[in-house]
Design a protein around this ligand. Sequence first.
Ligand code: BGO
Length: 711
Amino acid sequence: MSRQVTIALSGNPNAGKTSVFNALTGARQHVGNYPGVTVEYKEGLAHHQGRAVRVVDLPGTYSLTAYSPEELVARNYLIGQRPDVVVNVVDASNLERNLYLAVQLMELGVPLVICLNMVDVAESRGLKIDAGKLSQLLGVPVVPTVARQSQGMNQLLAAAVELAQSDPEWRPLNISYGGDVDQGVAEVAAILQGSQERHGLLSARWLAVKCLEGDQEVIERVEESPELAGKLLPVCRRVAGHIKSTMDDDPDSIIADYRYGYIAGITRQVVSSEREARMDLSDKLDRVLTHRLMGPLFLFSVLYAIYNFVFWASEVPVVWFEEFFVWLGGAVEGLLPPGVLRSLIVSGVIGGVGGVLGFAPLIAFMFFAIAIMEDSGYMARVAYIMDRVLRMFGLHGNSVMALMVGGGISGGCAVPGVMAARTLKDPKARLATILTVPFMNCGAKLPVYSLLIAAFFAHRQAEMLFLLTLISWGLGLSAAKLLRITLLKGQQAPFVMELPPYRAPTMKGLLIHTWERTWQYVKKAGTMILGVSVLMWAAMSFPGLPHEQEAAWQKRIQAAPGDAARLDVEAGRARDQLAHTLAGRAGRALTVFTDPLGFDWRANVALVGGFAAKEVIVSTLGVAYSLGEVNPEEAQSLSKRLAAEPGWNPLKAFALMIFVMIYAPCLATVVMIRKETGGWRWALFSVLYNTIIAYLLALAVYQGGRALGLG
Ligand code: BGO
């Protein structure tokens, strides 16, 4: 490259920028003004290996917002002039605060070199900074300097010129600002992505963040196009309003919090202090909550407490819901004459959807507990703790969020979990993460567990869910390790875990977050699950028994001596009829495989339906067992029916829960895996990989249990 290289110097006031500028350029400098503003402008020449390098001194700033003329000048220079490299002068004795500007430069995407200045001052205060590690975590060159004594200047210049000569692209850093803001940013960015007015080479995401921060300059630019402004500004206002009502704060302070959280994650790994550092409340809490030993202990206690709370709080409302649907079924049965329509409504709709909706209170309490963890900032600490464990299994720190979103605490969803793996840059670790997410206990598996736990482990509900959580993590991580030592072998990249400050959640925010997710669940029950449940009902109702067989049953029913005998015969007829249907035949055909697992044909049908969505397992069992129901006087909830069913026992229920936990991800997840991996190969792999593991484990559990006399 023969053209002249331009380096822009940026930094907080008093970080030593002038000293660096003077040390680099000596007397070869001149002063001017930026066009149109009174902010001073200095420029000079440095020499590197016989070549002149232009050095531009930007105004000293703490940030890159549009609040002050200096910040605006610095930002507009970077965006408008696009220097080859930006050297960010950072005061090493005040690293946390100085990195705030560095993070903003990285979010903008400029090719960056960090000048870690004043290391002498840092050392005199007992601070040791691992420049190599800092460089690794930030992904940019870091050069320690003492500008006052011109130490490190050659290395700094060499690093800047080397980077400039590699003709680097602008690569914006994407950090997470927490669920609500991230969602808002994605929404606004999608609008900007589609618009022509997006200026120059700035990323849509950066502009979206600026819009949500309320950056006057960017908003004015947007307003130059009335069409874009008409689409964009209402969305910004709505998102900001939503954030304000859930977090009780403005988007810009939340975003700043998360930037500091990102920085805290870095300084924790690179700064070691010989003296007791001054600590705020967040630091003090973190000392305990992210401690190597106390951290995991506290986490386990929290999970255990949550599961206890969820079952305790939802016990009464779940019974109300169940009883309501039982009552509703009975009422409709009384109103309609026997026939297909009555069967469709009572068994297909009420039996199916009611079974799923019955768990809405439990799901809501779970989401409430998760909202507390997220809104308080504790969820980020859980990720921090899990990060250490994950590395042992070949996953990446960034995998944690994907796994948590996917149901690491019970109650997430694998679809956004798979999407969350996008933040992983290493393709193999990303793929391993995507394939591990479906092992987590998503919210759709929760009703299945709750049903079986209520029926067979009623006295150990929280313990059982806790155990299932541990099993899902254990299996997921082992499956990931297996992939990482076979198909997806590779190195691990460094990574920064964000530690935003703790906040006291607001009740309003918790309720809104709980409601949003619970409503998703209810909507799914009312649409997709309703549809599948009606389909399953049809498959379990048709074809009916052949004429002669039906006539023979009717004759036996007529001939039965007394009510009890008649009910017995009717039950036999219902079983015979179910077994004759499409689903019955398919389910029975599958028993060749599932007999050794203890699953009967009705469980098989439910599992096949569960591929559409795992909640369907509950609704299908609901349909299957309500179709088998012959005595309306004895109508009872599904869990009671299963508990009373002769073919069922705790061992079989446990084997079924293990199978449901791991077997093929639901259809929506498979489609998302296809989308995220760019083809069907890994999507189909996940179906097979999971189903085979599920089969082998359920087999081991059931046969092992029987050998121990547990069946
Ligand atoms: C005074 N180490 C030490 N110890 N000091 C440094 C270093 C370093 O690496 N780099 C800079 N300084 P500017 P901005 C001063 O001016 O370059 C010192 O705002 C003083 N002045 O010498 O001006 C530097 O351009 C009287 O200190 O920063 C300067 O970014 C007594 O940090 C100060 C003591 O540097 C700020 C210091 C009359």
